[in-house]
Design a protein around this ligand. Structure first.
Ligand code: SF4
Length: 437
């Protein structure tokens, strides 16, 4: 474990942040990626902007001069560094309304300020906008804005919504046809290289091994105490696999190291490492629905830590794929498995599917409570959440809680209000536990 001083707002120094070794490894991978992006065009490489859910990382990496850029990651990293507020305001001055997803506004604000990455390096303009559409309409409007801004070509992959909860052969064939006729030709055109399906198989085999390790890490939360926090901590655990690193040797190494760390904690009967230090006593086990707030991420996490609350499963950790429900990238069926991956992204799953998944998590992970963090500007998650709350409570018998915040707009993180609500919620859980004892 290592520590570092954090002074995000230029004020007095915060207490040291405690980090797992795998987090240090991940930090190096991210810094290296931003450095490569800064040099991309001078070294003859090309930038492919694409989104986290439904990302086709292995396909992009088949072409060794293509580098992926993920706008949502830039937005959330800027928020964690307390820079997104100004970017959101910039975008609103340009006419983007208060209701627009704040990831989009942070991205627009960032590019207007010179397209400097959260690492302080310059991002290359996109050579291709790879729009993998997995259920969130905002993705389409976002890339329309970037297409206007950069005049860059677009490759679109349309994933049919799992409206009735099933993926048919016709839906899969439709996706494979788009990959063959639209996506791969545009990647070939952008890179000037020929697509090699054997290279794709190699990368998918690596992904698969890393995915096995990730699932072992997520499922370790079935232990009591849970050795991980599957919401706040999981943000770091899903980082490499949901972004630029799936299919790389670096990601494979990262997940092997992470799994070993977590297995050590299970063997020692230890709880998760949090920025405030190891959690000594697990008082509440929660399932959480909805993305976290990024602008006050550490403060938000601390509110749970101070109450001895550990998140044992979350929907956010599945935003880029439901690996824990059995999906793996498959080198023997490369294009079909890329299609299946896109179908399974959380935003592409209908409400009954989300309710069933969350109810199963409550039972499988032996949770005491179910909490929703409803994000003001993310309709893809927030629509239907009150119905989800009622249904999960009814099906599992656990007490539900509801708080509201936003992704990267600091105006919508009301610290006192959220703390109050959480304290009342934990009191309720505590009374219920006492009553059951
Ligand atoms: S899923 Fe939510 S946060 Fe992501 S782009 Fe869509 S609206 Fe924004």
């Amino acid at each position: 474990m290592s520590t570092q001083r954090q002074n995000p707002a230029g004020g007095p120094e915060a207490p040291p942040v405690q980090k797992e070794q795998s987090m240090v490894l991940q930090k190096e991978m991210i810094a290296d990626h931003y450095a490569r992006l800064e040099r991309a065009h001078e070294e003859g490489n090309k930038a492919v902007y694409t989104f986290v859910p439904g990302n086709l990382n292995e396909l992009v990496l088949c072409f060794d001069n293509l580098l992926p850029v993920h706008p949502e990651i830039n937005a959330l990293q800027n928020a964690m560094r307390k820079r997104s507020g100004q970017m959101v305001l910039e975008a609103e001055k340009l006419g983007h309304s208060e209701d627009v997803c704040t990831y989009v506004k942070a991205d627009i604000g960032m590019l207007r300020a010179g397209n400097m990455s959260p690492a302080g390096t310059r991002l290359p303009d996109p050579d291709l906008l790879l729009l993998s559409y997995t259920g969130c309409f905002t993705f389409m409007k976002w890339f329309e804005l970037l297409r206007e801004e950069y005049n860059a070509p677009v490759a679109m992959l349309h994933t049919p919504y799992q409206g009735d909860g099933h993926v048919s052969d016709a839906m899969r064939a439709y996706m494979v046809r788009q990959l063959k006729e639209e996506v791969i030709p545009k990647l070939e055109q952008t890179s000037g290289q020929k697509f090699d399906i054997d290279r794709l198989r190699e990368l998918l085999a690596r992904s698969r091994r890393a995915e096995d390790d990730l699932v072992a890490v997520l499922e370790s939360a079935r232990n009591t105490p849970s050795p991980i926090d599957a919401y706040f901590g999981a943000v770091y655990y899903i980082g490499p696999i949901f972004s630029a690193f799936r299919g790389t040797e670096g990601a494979e190494r990262y997940y092997a190291a992470l799994r070993a760390e977590v297995e050590q904690r299970v063997a020692a009967g230890q709880g998760p490492i949090t920025p405030e230090g190891p959690l000594e006593e697990e008082r509440f086990r929660l399932v959480v629905e909805g993305p976290p707030n990024w602008t006050s991420f550490r403060e938000f996490w601390k509110m749970f830590h101070d109450e001895g609350a550990v998140v044992v499963a979350s929907s956010y950790a599945k935003v880029g794929g439901l690996y824990d429900r059995g999906f793996r990238h498959d080198p023997d069926n490369p294009l079909e498995s890329l299609a299946d991956y896109c179908f399974g992204c959380y935003t592409n799953i209908n409400l009954p599917g989300r309710v069933a998944l969350l109810s199963d998590y409550v039972r499988e992970y032996n949770a005491d409570g179910f909490l929703i963090n409803s994000i003001k500007s993310c309709n893809s998650f927030s629509a239907g959440q009150l119905l989800i709350l009622r249904e999960v409570e009814q099906r599992t018998g656990v007490t539900g809680g509801f708080i509201e915040s936003d992704l990267v707009d600091p105006r919508y993180f009301s610290s006192a209000n959220i703390k109050n609500r959480l304290e009342s919620y934990f009191q309720m859980l505590s009374q219920k536990k006492r009553g059951a004892a």
